[in-house]
Design a binder for this molecule. Sequence first.
Ligand SMILES: Cc1ncc(COP(=O)(O)O)c(C=O)c1O
Length: 387
Amino acid sequence: MERYYFDHNATTPVSAAVLEDFLAVVRDVHGNASSIHHDGQLAKQKLEMARRLLAGLLGCEPREVVFTSGGTESNNLALLGAMRNAPAGKRHLITTRIEHPAVLKACGQLEREGVSVSYVAVGSDGVVDPVEVRRALRPETAMISVMHVNNETGAVQPVEQISFVAREAGVALHVDGVQAFGKVAVKLNELGADYYALSGHKVNAPKGIGALIVKKGSKVGPLIHGGRQEQGLRAGTENVAGAVALARAAEEIGETLEESGEKIRTLRDLLEQGIVSRVPSAWVNASRAPRAPNTASIGFEGIEGEAMVISLDLKGFSVSSGSACSSGAVEPSHVLLAMGLDAAQARSCLRFSLGRGNTLAQVDALLDAVAESAAHLRRLSPSYSEQ
Ligand SMILES: Cc1ncc(COP(=O)(O)O)c(C=O)c1O
């Protein structure tokens, strides 16, 4: 059976050009970038070229790029590394209710360490209001942390305005850019964030590489202790092949961002319109928000999202439900709950996230499969009756 992949917000396939560069480094560059001999310097050269390329694409300085293992580590480094090094008395952090667990769990850890955390609410469109962020400021606030694009709904957050709030108040700004990088234009010189986190495997690079952009002058300490790699912020022998792959992926995706973004948006919109017109009582979450072009979060009244994921999987489609399975129970998505959906509505939602490989024929096939699965599951559903 042919398989169609509609889960690019979870991870992406490695592109052919990126794989080629990655494998060339794995094969030909075996030195340790900290060694002073020829082999070491060759590795160092590759690493620094990747750093310069990525910095140029993002609009920051090469020495502001800290390579990490991925988005989770980058977010943890920014939050824990900055809050643990904040001046005495600055023990308050502002974040939002729709962040990824890589931020929310790091905030939970900070709370256990005595930091007070404010979780700002979002509107029914899934967007944070900068006024609410400003309202949460206290004299002891050290940092604001907000995501650029939400991984479940695709809603783009007003990071420029929140950056203004942060600068006005003199507090640091961390932006989780994992789902924005490669989907919307990221210009760090205009954004004004002190920390910006990104991840390779969301942009057609391999898993195990990411970066945290740390603005010059930021007060942050390492989480991993050892050698002096990555400006002393991330000890451990560098993943040179990963860094080269990440920079190449950023270059490749940047070259076609607008063009492929438009194509993907057209397919996404066709998918949403098709589902809403063919499946009764289906709705699109965050439809009024500015959104990344590839993400559709859709609710199917009376259906369990997990059942729909399995049903579509059996038909050859990889999609994701908004809910997470923890301790054997299916928990409704905290993002959808924060937007005002009730638990049953949140559990009925599916996330479709498109990528550059998806085609109109695949979307058409997915539409047929969704309509069929929804009708079938509703016949079995005790909680759904057609009006
Ligand atoms: C918004 C967001 N932040 C952080 C992460 C974590 O990134 P990684 O999987 O590279 O650790 C993800 C991954 O799903 C994400 O969507």
